[in-house]
Design a protein around this ligand. Sequence first.
Ligand SMILES: *Cc1c(COP(=O)(O)O)cnc(C)c1O
Length: 226
Amino acid sequence: MDVSDQIKHIRATLPQSVALVAVSKFHPVETIMEAYGAGQRIFGENRIQELAAKQPMLPGDIEWHFIGTLQTNKVKYIVPFIHTIQSIDSRNLLEKVEKEAARCNRHIRVLLEVHIAQETTKHGFSADECRTIVRETQWATAYPHLILAGLMGMATFTDDKQQVRREFQSLRTLFDELKTTGAVGDSFAELSMGMTDDYHLAIEEGSTMVRIGTAIFGKRNYKTIH
Ligand SMILES: *Cc1c(COP(=O)(O)O)cnc(C)c1O
């Protein structure tokens, strides 16, 4: 199946309320255009240089989501066009994105990344850190250019489905808790969880946004630059 067929196939299996982020990292602009041609508008990338190189070559109505490790000194390269940063994993990063967004006079949606996996290589706040940030920050005063749009998480890379399910459940529980405490506004509505291997499970556990690369574009060739 080609990219266009894969997009249509996946869309057909997703509930209408679940958004699809097509993760196009390591794939060239031609391949992204195939997905675009099939109606896909939300794309995710995880490397600054690659995204900054591809974005000007692609249509302006693409909604770009950043999903990778973001160094504060590189924030400025994506702030002029990024729609959502899903991988906010430190206060420093919030400060920096706010500063750059103010400079560009833009409003950027951010998701707090929560560390739910067992691997220590994965990034994110602990649930407690997340609670503290949400409860103790006067958001509109501290970050007037950032829209707190929800949470993102990655489950452990394992065949143990029960473990993956538990991790998604823990994120969902935190998400619901933050929403019901009233510490967040109406824009806090996205629960970004689920990738190629685990998105069915993630949807069962309440995901509102899945990030799918391999199932759409095939295997990534890590040797190509972009
Ligand atoms: C690469 C990546 C994905 C997509 O992974 P697939 O297994 O190819 O679907 C999703 N989320 C993040 C944060 C990623 O880095």
